[in-house]
Ligand binder design. Structure first.
Ligand code: GLC
Ligand code: MG
Length: 250
């Protein structure tokens, strides 16, 4: 039986402080000798950009990888284990061409690199100064075209348009169901807007101390005893939270 499931975002959550990452990895490896710990990375990156990060940093190999903001899932061994069932679920009512066509009328949206335009995700750069004005108009235009989407703004620069059924939160729930792991044995960690859906259930939540304003604001409005705002940054914040919830003791 799994002792706990750790689901963590990568950029500016697990990654961001190399020494802290090494310490956390060592502690997890040590704990894994006595406990069954399932590890999932949940990232906004495409599989391609995850591959780059994996070459640059020392990452433990995860039991599953959620990429492109919860629109794709890969099981261990990642290379050839794309989850088709999840893709089928996410693809429902998704019309990527139509989404591109609506978004193309917004001069302020700057297309991200092609690697980040994956089958169920369309991504732009959008400046923070105009985001609050542009996002409602974009949402209204998508709705007018009857496109059922989610618009997610992260870290004051990235705007993703996803199918209604995608997102980090629903991907996590899907994995939890498959593995039959209870919410109170699951801990989720994040730092920015695309992580908010991870925190919407009753899983234990760790918001790292360096979290971005959109997540901090959401946390302030949705306080519960099972969400913890760490004082420390990145992997050190994760460690602080794992201790706080008693998943590990260091
Ligand atoms: C990652 C992705 C990018 C996305 C951002 C926020 O940086 O590469 O496409 O917009 O996360 O979700
Ligand atoms: Mg992040």
């Amino acid at each position: 039986m799994t002792d706990f499931l750790l689901v963590t975002d990568l950029d500016q959550t697990l990654i961001g402080d190399d020494r802290a990452l090494i310490t956390l990895n060592e502690i997890l490896e040590e704990n894994r000798q006595q406990k069954e710990i399932k590890l999932v990375y949940s990232t906004g990156r495409s599989l391609e950009l995850y591959g780059q990060l994996n070459q640059e940093k020392h990452l433990l190999s995860p039991d599953a990888l959620i990429t492109s903001v919860g629109t794709e899932i890969y099981f261990h061994p990642i290379k050839d284990n794309f989850d088709l069932q999840w893709a089928n679920n996410v693809s429902e009512n998704w019309d990527q061409e139509a989404v591109f066509s609506v978004a193309s009328h917004f001069a302020d949206l700057v297309l991200q690199p092609l690697s980040e335009q994956t089958p169920f995700k369309v991504s732009y750069y959008l400046s923070e100064k105009i985001a609050q004005e542009v996002i409602p108009r974009l949402k209204a235009d998508l709705a007018r075209e009857k496109l059922e989407t989610q618009v997610i703004y992260s870290a004051s620069y990235a705007l993703d348009i996803l199918p209604k059924k995608g997102g980090k939160g629903s991907a996590l729930q899907y994995l939890r169901k498959q593995w039959k792991i209870a919410a109170n044995k699951t801990v989720v960690c994040g730092d920015s807007g695309n992580d908010i859906t991870l925190f919407k259930g009753e899983e234990r939540g760790i918001i790292v101390g360096n979290a971005k304003s959109e997540l901090l604001q959401w946390y302030d409005q949705h306080k519960t005893p099972f969400r913890y705002l760490a004082k420390q940054h990145c992997a050190r914040g994760i460690l602080e939270g794992l201790n706080y919830f008693g998943f590990i003791t260091t």
